[in-house]
Design a protein. Structure first.
Lengths: 369, 387
């Protein structure tokens, strides 16, 4: 893979990598010393050029960094989630220190996401069991959404500025709609048990479209999720049970609408492609980054062979299984971050891992051959 | 019952609780019927009715037996000339709630002992009966002179034989308009002093016998107990006093030493500000050390867990992983956290967690689909800048 670009983050183990929504040549990496166990954090802002990846700026923090999000409203700003629970807003044009510090979370802040539609707010999730909504210009949070357990990831819907989703250690996906009155359930409108199988008419386990039975029905921590950029009701989750699932939030009890099987350890980060409605990338503790198609872009495969039908005449529930388009196996430690470049022909990915490397590569190279 | 209150609920448990707590009549019948044991087909009509009938039969027989073994029954028949009907005796042979059963067995010459059937047993009954039988004898001896005065207004009895009156009154109580005045008239000593004498005598004899028993008992044990009790009580009191005084003494000593009135000695003055600083610093240090020890333990445990989680992984990448190497060393306590970095527990050197020394190819795996070198595969930025 000669076209792969590499950047090293010596002494710091990356936790997240994100492309700038403004520049095709800029990306940022949130990293922590000593694998985030003890020590400082460092935010790298990197530029891509003919000479490869060059650091444009670095910001040091007192605590580990677990996630970052580029501002959608200011091309020079980005916010990071810190191990001490604080969120820090950095400006590339404003020195070495954060321009804002948001300290409300009681435990590690684990994810941040900028509102891509309204652009005037961002959210953070934390191990303290809350999701908080912030304005970049206010030091205190606008709103706190209770979740109740370690919330590993929170996202804005890419199509609706009022819809927030989060996933947590209790194996549930929660959807909050800020348009609903706060009085009832703190805007909580939908709860999807990610582990639950689809409703079954028969006592047998649901079948996968490959003909196997699907046994992944034990609750497990969900570490990451992402909204599909084209189908506005579809999101994907990944977590400790190594399975990537896709859900339609309109049918919370319907079980997954697709599963992607292949990772050998927990899935740490998911990102839907901004260019294709059926493609997503996942980074995992098995040290690989995989690119998948959930199969929705092509017509559904023909029903299982006649033999399967006969074996399970009542098993009417069949979960489609996506296909793995390729495996990027160059990281030598846990792969913790992956993001798609919004620009260009599409298919460019940045991945980061605890091997202290950031790799930029073209997913198409995985498909050839 | 406790087990039905604990643990998850289920249908069987609820049913058990229902049966346990059901006090409905059919439950009582089931329990009381000898034939109906546990699980003995309680729905079976025959066994159930058999049991009930048998119970009723035995009950009847029991009543009959009482009648049969009583001589006075015959004696009563002997009263026939006095206008007493056997059927009346029969009626009284049945136990009527609130009325002593032995009423039916009264006979002029019946000794109290014979009247005391097991069914009625009890000294009070016996006394009542003997009292009554004494009363019965009374009219025969003293004549119906005064006794008639009370029943007289009832009218119906008046023409009857005066001798009969005494017996007739209790037997035919309902016949009197006001039953209780009539009944009371017999028992009221003021009305028939002669009749009252006899039962009193019997009663006093019984009391005397009982008194003798109590006296004998007291003679046998009472004195011994009294004497013993006195001495033991005295002993106990003495012991208590001693214990109390010891306790009070110890308490006084302690209060003298630590109590609010004890004079503060010079060396327990509140610490000065300087001393306080030292104390605070020491406490803080101790707390920090404790925290550190705890977090070290937790980290080591977590590290062991992580290593064990991938123990079955044989891939080169996991074998060569620096992270897992570090976790192994932390789990073995070779590496500990010192400040903001990992240090070697023995040498104190900072452990380098950087991957700088990785060679170009080290740890690099192979992609599942090995791509060929592609000339058009250029990152967008590079592409843009080169264009």
């Amino acid at each position: 893979m000669a076209s792969m670009l590499e950047f090293r983050t010596p002494g710091f183990n990356p936790y997240a990598v994100k492309y700038s929504p403004y520049y095709d040549s800029r990306l940022a990496v949130a990293a922590s010393a000593n694998y985030g166990i003890v020590g400082n954090g460092r935010l790298f802002v990197l530029g891509l050029g003919p000479a490869g990846i060059q650091p444009e700026k670095t910001f040091d923090t007192n605590d580990a960094l677990y996630d970052l999000a580029w501002s959608e409203i200011n091309e020079n700003q980005l916010v990071v989630a810190c191990g001490d629970g604080s969120l820090k807003l950095f400006d590339l044009a404003a020195g070495d220190f954060p321009v804002m510090n948001f300290a409300e979370h009681k435990r590690e802040a684990f994810s941040v996401c900028w509102n891509p539609i309204a652009k005037d707010s961002f959210i953070s999730s934390s191990w303290d069991g809350t999701v908080k909504i912030w304005s970049p210009s206010r030091p205190t949070s606008l709103k706190t959404l209770p979740v109740g357990n370690c919330t590993y990831s929170a996202c804005f819907s890419p199509t609706n500025p009022a819809i927030i989703s989060c996933v947590s250690s209790d194996s549930h996906i929660r959807i909050f709609d800020l348009r609903t009155p706060v009085s009832a359930k703190y805007h909580l409108t939908t709860v999807i048990p990610a582990h639950a199988p689809p409703p079954m008419q028969s006592p047998t386990l649901p079948l996968l479209s490959t003909g196997q039975t699907f046994a992944g029905a034990a609750p497990s921590e969900i570490l990451t999720h992402d909204w599909n950029k084209y189908r506005d009701t579809v999101l994907a989750t990944g977590g400790v049970d190594r399975v990537v699932r896709t859900f339609d939030v309109r049918n919370p009890a319907g079980g997954p609408i697709g599963v992607l099987l292949g990772h050998e350890y927990a899935v740490r980060r998911l990102a839907w492609s901004p260019h294709a409605s059926d493609v997503l990338a996942s980074a995992s503790y098995d040290m690989t980054v995989r690119v998948w198609s959930d199969g929705s872009a092509v017509p559904q495969p023909p029903p299982p062979p006649q033999q399967q039908q006969q074996q399970h005449p009542q098993a009417s529930t069949i979960i489609p299984v996506g296909t793995q388009l390729g495996v990027m196996n160059r990281h030598s430690e846990f792969a913790t971050g992956v993001d798609w470049c919004l620009f260009g022909t599409g298919g460019w990915l940045a991945s980061a891992g605890w091997d202290q490397r950031v790799l930029v590569w073209d997913a198409h190279t995985l498909l050839r051959g | 019952m406790a087990d039905s209150m604990c643990g998850p609920s289920n249908g069987a448990k609820n049913f058990l609780a229902h049966v346990d707590r059901d006090r409905a009549l059919h439950q009582d019948r089931l329990v009381n019927t000898p034939q109906a044991g546990a699980g003995n087909a309680f729905r079976s009509q025959t066994s159930f009715s058999d049991g009930a009938e048998a119970a009723f039969g035995s009950f009847q027989q029991g009543g009959a037996a009482i009648d049969a073994n009583i001589g006075p029954g015959l004696d009563m028949n002997g009263i026939g000339p006095l206008g007493y009907h056997p059927t009346g005796a029969r009626t009284f042979g049945h136990p009527v709630p609130g009325v002593p059963t032995t009423m039916g067995h009264i006979g002029p010459g019946a000794p109290a002992a014979r009247l005391a059937s097991p069914a009625t047993g009890g000294a009070s009954h016996q006394e009542w009966v003997s009292q009554f039988s004494g009363m019965q004898l009374g009219p025969g001896a003293a004549g119906p002179s005064t006794a008639m005065s009370a029943p007289a207004p009832a009218g119906t009895i008046t023409p009857m034989n005066p001798v009969l009156n005494m017996q007739q009154a209790p037997f035919a109580m309902p016949m009197y308009g006001g039953a209780s005045p009539g009944l009371f008239s017999f028992q009221n000593p003021g009305i028939n002093p002669v009749a009252q004498q006899a039962p009193q005598t019997v009663l006093s004899q019984d009391t005397a016998a009982a008194a003798i028993d109590v006296e004998a008992f007291n003679r046998a044990f009472g004195e011994y107990d009294d004497a013993n009790f006195e001495s033991e009580l005295a002993e106990w009191t003495e012991k208590q006093k001693l214990a109390n005084s010891e306790f009070a003494e110890a308490q006084d000593n302690w209060m003298a030493e630590h109590g609010p009135r004890v004079e503060t000695t010079a060396d327990v003055k509140p610490p000065t500000a300087d001393e306080m600083e030292v104390i605070d610093a020491n406490l803080e240090k101790m707390a920090q050390e404790q925290d550190k020890r705890r977090s070290d333990d937790e980290l080591a445990r977590a590290a062991v867990d992580i290593v064990n989680a991938v123990a079955d992984n044989t891939s080169e990448k996991f074998k060569n992983s620096r992270f897992f190497e570090l976790m192994r060393r932390i789990g073995n306590r070779e590496v500990v956290v010192e400040g903001d970095s990992f240090v070697n527990a023995t040498t104190g050197e900072t452990v380098n967690t950087a991957h700088d020394d990785d060679t170009e190819d080290s740890g690099v795996g192979f992609d599942a689909v090995t791509p060929e070198k592609s000339t058009d595969s250029v990152p967008p930025a590079a592409e843009g800048q080169s264009a």
